[in-house]
Write a protein that binds this ligand. Sequence first.
Ligand code: ADP
Length: 267
Amino acid sequence: EQVAEQRARISDGLAGVRHLVAVGSGKGGVGKSTLTLHLAGALRARGLRIAILDADFNGPSQARMAGVQGALFVPGRDRVALPRTSSGIGVFSMGSLVPETSALEFESTAQGESHTWRATREFALLGEILGAFEWGELDLLMFDLPPGAERTVQYADFLGPRTSFVLVTIPSEVARGVVARSVAALSKGPNRLLGYVENMSGYYCRDCDAIKPLFVSRNQADLGIPCLGTVPFDPELAQHCDQGLALADMPDTLVGQALDQIAQRLM
Ligand code: ADP
């Protein structure tokens, strides 16, 4: 059948990938895409072979943040080379398949659809892309997932048990509560949950090379999975992304060190 054929083509294409890690979050805007790109940058700086598949249609596109162009592919034909940043990170962004204005239309028309139908269309397209690109030999392929507990679990089903998960949260009870739902749902399945990363925990002051408090921490729910590390708010991280800079080097700061340490724990 067609689905079985596509599955075979995907697992064939990913056979040379050592680790598959999906980065999810309970809600949008917590820094999932920013961290995915910078964690990839940290591993690339150590000489590892890394690629990112940005599965988030509606968020800011990884392709733009990473400064790579889109790629043309014809479903069912020979595999095409993955676009790369100047530092050599392979990046494919679903968001770059559609111009940004029509990404918004996609969102608005999708709202009238059932979740199932929308997911079916999305996964059909994602399957085409996984089958269409030349992933080659990689140490790590990272998936930047759309936000939401339900979506995270749908991706776990689609990507299969080889894919491990990392969840990004911020130090607010609301965001952690949302992540707790993803943890509970993922724990029922076969996928490994590596842990969570707490983003924007404090802000990094460059002048004094110190991390200062940002949110007032209250009693927070224990997520029951390992904390892989914390990353402070650092205006330079946001700037990197806004300017579409390729990340050849990690900043030699507390933030760069934090990213490097977290990245080591992904594989
Ligand atoms: P998500 O992928 O979860 O929707 P983004 O990665 O797009 O979130 O981040 C949302 C915004 O916050 C972006 O403008 C990004 O540049 C900024 N941002 C995220 N994490 C940090 C950080 N640690 N320091 C500074 N800015 C950040």
